[in-house]
Design a binder for this molecule. Structure first.
Ligand code: TXE
Length: 484
């Protein structure tokens, strides 16, 4: 294992039932540094046997001391965990930067967000309440919010810490036990987090982590009959498979499947304020953000002016290795580099309105030049597909109706923003645009621990983040007591 990685645990093992164990098949997977392409270690290749052991451990744990803890005590464990994460923010950031390739400051922001999720859900644990319901004479009726039981969490590689925080944090706050399958390209902070959870006092078996391939460990988790709820963040294709597998066991799923999120800029927008959001939301985390804004819709009257100003920002972007902590790092993997390069080639017929220079990069790193395309029609592949790289398209519109039509004209509906000083227009578009989050005169790519988040259309279903997530991780029981 590379000495640059400040690891205090062995990533070639799984954490099952509170113990670090080698995967049953004894397999490992290579670990690469995206900034250089160098092989820097091995991680566990968990398989169906390890998933089975983890589900059994979680099943045992949900009937153990965990079941008897009060909501406030569960909350306290999460608060302690948040404190431990805060104390290790720099280590976590370094691990994530090396593992995922994101600039150190972005990795640090993710670690801070992970701590914040623990705080938020720690504080929320004892504030989730049922209802009393007026019913017939002689009855008292109330509802109980109960945990599902064993929850499965399949996490992608783009924001491991944030996605673990939002899903595992809410699942633990509501009394579930968890089996977490992190992405094969980025599992280190998942293991670090689970180890810290143990140190924070989480009983053994309440949080189990099995790294491994999607088709092996992931598929075994989603089809396991002992799982009572699945939360998945990833691609549409895999999300469909996850939902199909869950259907066999009649298990609820939360799916967050990315997007093609627009920012709509009207002619009265404060461009000075908008510009950093317009560009950052496209290139942050090298564009590998589910809520990345990959489409900029602009009123035709300010199209050229906006293009010029965005293009200057693109030219100023600094791209480089994660540890150099510049504006943009490499993509996660050679596979992702190939996917994004394919899209860049599909844009060969388009005008490149802005492009960052790559300069002298480590030869084996997975870099692509952040690119802004103009002259794009709304039905072009680059305006329809989730590219998941630092690529944005600018599309002009003539009026509000056309802006809405283009904004809603993809399969997705995750996030959108509206830039205008016109209050009535802000309110109209907040209703008319199809997206799970609408920002007005700002854009929050990936942010907002407190803000319910999730998709419409093929962006998925169910809501994570905020207090709303707690409803998704519980099931409702109605108690009708007749007392005369
Ligand atoms: O995704 P996958 P990939 C999109 C993005 C990207 C594309 C491909 O467009 O270019 O997906 O990325 C696990 N059963 N997003 O191939 O396959 C896998 O191990 C159960 C958007 O990495 O969806 C990993 O842990 N699990 C997205 C997770 O699913 C399976 C973030 C995501 O992998 C599985 C990531 C299976 N059969 C990619 N196959 C977002 N919404 O932010 C794989 N997995």
């Amino acid at each position: 294992m590379s000495t640059d990685l400040p690891l205090w645990f062995d990533p070639s093992k799984c954490l099952i039932g509170g113990h670090w164990v080698a995967p049953a098949g004894g397999g490992t997977l290579p670990l690469y540094d995206p900034s250089t392409g160098a092989r820097i270690g091995e991680i566990a290749r968990g398989t169906a046997d390890d998933i089975d052991a983890a589900v059994q451990a979680a099943e045992t744990a949900r009937h153990g001391p965990w079941a008897r803890l009060s909501a406030a005590e569960r909350g306290r464990i999460l608060l302690r965990l948040g404190q431990l994460v805060t104390e290790r923010v720099d280590d976590l950031a370094r691990i994530e930067a090396l593992d995922v390739g994101k600039p150190l400051k972005q990795a640090r922001a993710d670690a801070v967000a992970l701590a914040r999720y623990c705080e938020f859900y720690g504080g929320a644990a004892d504030k989730l309440m049922g209802d009393t319901i007026p019913y017939l004479d002689g009855y008292t009726v109330y509802t109980l919010r109960e945990p599902h039981g064993v929850t499965g969490h399949i996490v992608p590689w783009n924001y491991p810490m944030q996605i673990i925080g939002r899903s595992v944090g809410a699942a633990l706050a509501t009394g579930n036990t968890c089996v977490l399958k992190p992405a094969e390209d980025a599992c280190l902070t998942a293991l670090a987090f689970a180890d810290m959870a143990k140190a924070a006092g989480l009983p053994d078996g309440v949080l189990n982590v099995v790294p491994g391939l999607g088709a092996e460990a992931g598929a075994a988790l989603t089809s396991h009959p002992g799982i009572h709820h699945i939360s998945f963040t990833g691609s549409v294709g895999t999300g469909v498979m996850v939902q199909q597998a869950a259907a066999q066991n009649v298990v609820p799923v939360t799916l967050e499947l990315g997007g093609k999120s627009p920012q709509i800029v009207f002619d009265d927008a404060d461009l000075e304020a908008a510009l950093p959001f317009l560009v950052n939301a496209g290139v942050q985390n090298c564009g590998q953000t589910c809520s990345a804004s990959s489409r900029i819709l602009v009123h035709r009257s300010i199209h050229d002016q906006l293009l010029e100003r965005m293009s200057a920002r693109y030219a100023a972007l600094r791209v480089g290795p994660a540890m150099d902590d510049l504006d943009v790092g490499p993509l996660i993997s050679a596979k992702q580099q190939e996917i994004v390069s394919g899209y860049l080639n599909q844009g060969a017929d388009l005008e490149i309105a802005g492009r960052a220079q790559l300069g002298d990069m480590p030869a084996g790193g997975y870099y692509v030049p952040p690119t802004l395309f103009s002259g794009v029609t709304a039905d072009h592949a680059l305006a329809q597909s989730e590219i998941f790289g630092p690529v944005q398209v600018v599309i002009p519109f003539d009026d509000e109706d056309q802006a809405v039509q283009i904004a809603n004209g993809t399969d997705y509906g995750l996030v959108a923003s509206v830039w205008t000083q016109n209050g009535a227009r802000q309110m109209r578009l907040a209703r008319r645009v199809r997206a799970g989050q609408i920002f007005i005169n700002n854009y929050g790519a990936g942010g907002g621990v407190e803000l319910p988040f999730g998709g419409m259309g093929k962006s998925g279903h169910g809501r994570e983040k905020g207090f709303e997530a707690l409803y998704g991780f519980t099931t409702l029981k109605t108690v009708a007591a007749f007392h005369g």
